[in-house]
Write a protein that binds this ligand. Structure first.
Ligand SMILES: Nc1nc2c(c(=O)[nH]1)N[C@H]1C(S)=C(S)[C@@H](COP(=O)(O)O)O[C@H]1N2
Ligand SMILES: [Mo]
Length: 201
C-alpha cells in the first residue's frame, strides 16, 4: 500500500523564499554525536517508553512500535544550529502525534524530554509533538536508519534546530515544567525555532 506522504512546512516555507536566517544549504547532513563510539544496541531488550504527565504510560517493543501505527513518508528540510541546512530530506516513520493520542497527556503537560540510548537528552515544548511533520523515523532516504544517523529510532522535528531531532531514542518523559536536556543545560535555547534564530538562551 502506498504510504501517506507529508511535505513539511519547512519545505513549503523555503519554496516561498522564507528561509531561516544565517543558514547555508549543503547536500547531506553532518553527523554530530556527544560520544565517539556508538554501541550495538540490544534490540531484544529495547523498549520504547512514554511516562510522566500522561493518562496512559506506554511501553512497546521495537516490533510493536513499528507495527501498531501507520507509517508515513516525510520530506523535510533539516536545520542545524551550527548553520548548515539540508533541503528535501526523505524519512519514513510514525507521526509523534499518533503516539500522543495513545498516551493522552494530562491537562498541565507542556514539555517533553527525549531520552537516548547513549545518554543524550533534549527538551522541547510538547506542542511540537502534535505537528504533522514531527515523526519517529526508522528509515532515511528509503533505507533503514544508518547507525550514526540514529538507529533504531530517531525523532525528526523539522520545525526546530536539529539538536532537538534526537537519535537512538528509547524514551519520552512528559512534564509540566521544562527539564533542560544536554545542550539546553549548556546554554542552548529551550525552544530552538530556526526562523526566530533561537540558538542560545
Ligand atoms: N542521541 C543524540 N541525538 C542527537 C545528537 C547527539 O549527540 N546524540 N546530536 C544532535 C545534533 S547537534 C544534530 S545537528 C543532529 C545531527 O543529525 P545526524 O547526526 O543524523 O546528521 O542530531 C542531533 N541528535
Ligand atoms: Mo547540531
Amino acid at each position: 500500500m502506498a504510504k501517506r506522504k507529508i511535505i513539511s512546512p519547512t519545505v513549503e516555507r523555503r519554496l516561498r523564499g522564507d528561509l531561516p536566517p544565517n543558514q547555508k544549504f549543503i547536500k547531506a547532513p553532518i553527523v554530530y554525536d556527544i560520544v565517539s563510539d556508538i554501541p550495538d544496541w540490544d534490540m531484544e531488550r529495547y523498549r520504547f517508553r512514554v511516562w510522566g504527565e500522561v493518562e496512559n504510560p506506554l511501553e512497546l517493543t521495537y516490533w510493536e512500535l513499528l507495527n501498531s501505527f501507520e507509517p508515513v513518508e516525510l520530506i523535510t528540510d533539516f536545520h542545524c544550529v551550527t548553520k548548515w541546512s539540508v533541503p528535501d530530506m526523505v524519512w519514513e516513520g510514525i507521526q509523534t502525534r499518533e503516539i500522543m493520542e495513545r498516551v493522552r497527556p494530562k491537562e498541565g503537560a507542556k514539555w517533553v524530554t527525549v531520552h537516548c540510548l547513549e545518554g543524550y537528552t533534549t527538551t522541547c515544548p510538547l506542542e511540537y509533538l502534535f505537528k504533522e511533520d514531527t515523526i519517529w523515523a526508522y528509515k532515511m532516504y528509503g533505507k533503514p536508519l544508518p547507525k550514526r544517523h540514529g538507529y533504531p529510532l530517531r525523532l525528526v522535528v523539522p520545525q526546530l534546530y536539529a539538536w532537538k531531532s534526537a537519535k537512538y531514542v528509547w524514551g519520552l518523559e512528559i512534564t509540566s515544567e521544562p527539564k533542560p536536556g544536554f545542550w539546553e543545560e549548556r546554554g542552548y535555547h529551550i525552544v530552538g525555532d530556526p526562523w526566530r534564530e533561537e540558538r542560545f538562551g
